[in-house]
Ligand binder design. Structure first.
Ligand code: 6PG
Length: 248
């Protein structure tokens, strides 16, 4: 493990980083629940997180008191129906939410089936605002402080649905959620994503990466020699940043 101030890099087998990343999520859940009575967790999309979600499902099933105080959000979503094979919601539902019996009212899917994607982004921002307002006053200049945001990364260095081919979304400074259309994504097309000000307001950010190319890029970002890709702009203002990378 390498570490700098509030920045940590873990490299190992898929099994090891899955074990350690899950342990960190559970530890942060316990801390958040002790501190505020609840744990706000933002899930990553793509395929990589599946083993992590399966491990977390086992942990939440073994600790129902944690599960009942955890609230699930998404960092981004493809604009597809909830049961579409490309849906980030569907992957998390299958691998984590259903196996751990998370109640529906703790699951906040992005409204990605709406045809008006700009309205969908506004709707999700309003939902997040209501969730955080319920706990404490939130002036408009502040951003929500999620307890933990899980992120993946593409080999091109995109994260969530923040892509180099969408500088407007990537450099958004005010909105919490934006809609965009990317040709760089796999799949390409309409997306919803949290913006960097929201991501960087989190108490903890955890990148979970599987693959050699991603691992090499992640190390360059961690060491500061890569500063141009979207993932290199993930810099928590007051929180901690963890990289978990399986490179074989
Ligand atoms: C998405 C994701 C995206 C993902 C990376 C890696 O909706 O596409 O949120 O940021 O994490 O593209 O995806 P894989 O894990 O499938 O490689």
């Amino acid at each position: 493990m390498k570490s700098e101030k509030n920045r940590f890099f873990f490299k190992g087998s898929e099994e090891k980083i899955t074990e350690d990343a899950a342990a960190l999520v559970i530890a942060e859940a316990q801390k958040a629940i002790e501190r505020s009575g609840r744990f706000s967790l933002v899930l990553a999309g793509g395929n990589s997180p599946r083993p992590l979600y399966q491990k977390l499902a086992r942990e939440f099933s073994a600790n129902p008191s944690l599960a009942e105080k955890t609230w699930f959000f998404w960092g981004d979503e493809r604009c597809t129906p909830a049961d579409h094979p490309d849906s980030n919601y569907r992957m998390a539902k299958e691998s984590l939410l259903v196996p751990s019996g998370i109640p529906e009212d703790h699951i906040f899917r992005m409204p990605a089936s709406k045809t008006d994607t700009a309205e969908a982004a506004r709707e999700y921002e309003a939902l997040i605002r209501t969730f955080f307002l319920a706990a404490a006053p939130l002036s408009t200049k502040n951003f929500p402080e999620f307890d933990l945001i899980l992120l993946g990364m593409g080999e091109d260095g995109h994260t969530a649905s923040l892509f180099a081919d969408n500088p407007e979304a990537l450099h958004e400074k005010k909105q919490w959620v934006v809609a965009l259309n990317t040709q760089q994504g796999k799949p390409p097309g309409e997306r919803l994503t949290l913006t960097l000000p929201v991501i960087n307001s989190a108490r903890n950010i955890l990148f979970y990466l599987i693959g050699k190319e991603k691992g090499k890029l992640a190390e360059k970002i961690f060491l500061g020699s890569e500063k141009s890709v979207p993932a290199s702009l993930v810099e928590p203002r007051n929180g901690k940043l963890f990289w978990f990378s399986a490179q074989q």
